[in-house]
Design a protein around this ligand. Structure first.
Ligand code: FES
Length: 244
C-alpha cells in the first residue's frame, strides 16, 4: 500500500493512496462537519459542508469527494470556510420546516448537531415555510418531506445496501424532492422490502418509524456502518456484530 503525505492545517499527515480528503482529515483528528456523507455509502458531495481550501486552487472543494494527493496543502478552518458552513446550515433551516420541538429526531438529529457545531443560533434568511406533505402510507415507516434536506443517504442506502432502488430524486430547484417508486405513495411500492435502511441512514427526522413520538427517533446507522468497518478491514466480527 503506497502512502501519500500532505499538509493539513500546517501539520504533515500520511494517508493511504486513494484516501479522500475527508478520510485524511479524520485520520489526523480534524473534525469536519458532514451531512450527506455516511460511511459505507458512496460519496456525492451534495451538502457542501465539508468544504476545504486547497493551496493553489481558486475555490474550495468538498473533502468527501476529493482525493488526497501527494504534497497537497489543505486548510479546513479559515474565516471564509466558517462563514460558508454557517450560511449553508442557515439555508437548510430556512428552506424546509425544521420545527425541532415536534420532530421525532429532536436530540438525535445531525442537522441540529452541525448547527451547534457551526455556532448557528438563528437563520439570517427568511423562512420559506413551504407546504410539504407527509407520506404515511407505509405500514412501518413514514416520510415527512418537511424535514428532508435532500442528502440522498436514503436513496444510496436503498440502492447500494439493499439493492431495491425504491427512492429517487424528482423535479428541480425548490420543487426538488425524494420520491418512492414512480412518484407513488411509499406503501404502494412493491420494490420496498421494509428493511428500514433508508430510515437508519436519514440524518434528520424525514424518515422515521411510524410509532416514533417527538424526540424518540432511534439512531442506528445499521448496515452502512457495518459495511464501512468491513471495508476498513476492522471486521464486524471484532465488534461482536453479525456480518451485513
Ligand atoms: S459531506 Fe461532503 S459535501 Fe456533504
Amino acid at each position: 500500500m503506497s502512502v501519500l503525505t500532505l499538509t493539513l492545517n500546517g501539520a504533515p499527515v500520511a494517508v493511504p493512496a486513494g484516501s479522500s480528503l475527508l478520510e485524511a482529515c479524520r485520520a489526523a483528528g480534524v473534525d469536519l462537519p458532514t451531512l450527506c456523507h455516511l460511511d459505507g455509502l458512496s460519496p456525492v458531495g451534495a451538502c457542501r459542508l465539508c468544504l476545504v481550501e486547497l493551496e493553489g486552487s481558486g475555490r474550495p472543494v468538498a473533502a468527501c469527494v476529493s482525493e488526497a494527493a501527494e504534497g497537497m496543502v489543505v486548510n479546513t478552518d479559515t474565516p471564509e470556510l466558517r462563514l460558508h458552513r454557517r450560511m449553508a446550515v442557515e439555508l437548510f433551516f430556512a428552506e424546509g420546516n425544521h420545527l425541532c420541538a415536534i420532530c421525532v429526531a429532536n436530540g438525535s438529529c445531525e442537522l441540529q448537531d452541525v448547527a451547534v457545531a457551526v455556532g448557528m443560533d438563528h437563520s439570517r434568511f427568511p423562512y420559506l415555510h413551504p407546504p410539504r406533505p407527509v407520506d404515511a402510507s407505509h405500514p412501518l415507516y413514514s416520510l415527512d418531506h418537511n424535514r428532508c434536506i435532500l442528502c440522498t443517504r436514503c436513496l444510496r442506502a436503498c440502492d447500494e445496501l439493499e439493492g431495491a432502488h425504491v427512492w429517487d430524486v424528482a423535479e428541480r430547484g425548490s420543487h426538488c424532492r425524494i420520491v418512492a417508486g414512480l412518484d407513488q405513495p411509499w406503501g404502494e411500492v412493491e420494490a420496498c422490502t421494509s428493511c428500514g435502511q433508508c430510515v437508519d441512514a436519514c440524518p434528520t427526522g424525514a424518515l422515521f418509524h411510524r410509532d416514533d413520538t417527538p424526540g424518540a427517533r432511534r439512531v442506528d446507522r445499521g448496515r452502512a456502518a457495518l459495511l464501512h468497518h468491513a471495508r476498513q478491514g476492522q471486521g464486524w466480527r471484532n465488534q461482536g456484530e453479525a456480518p451485513p
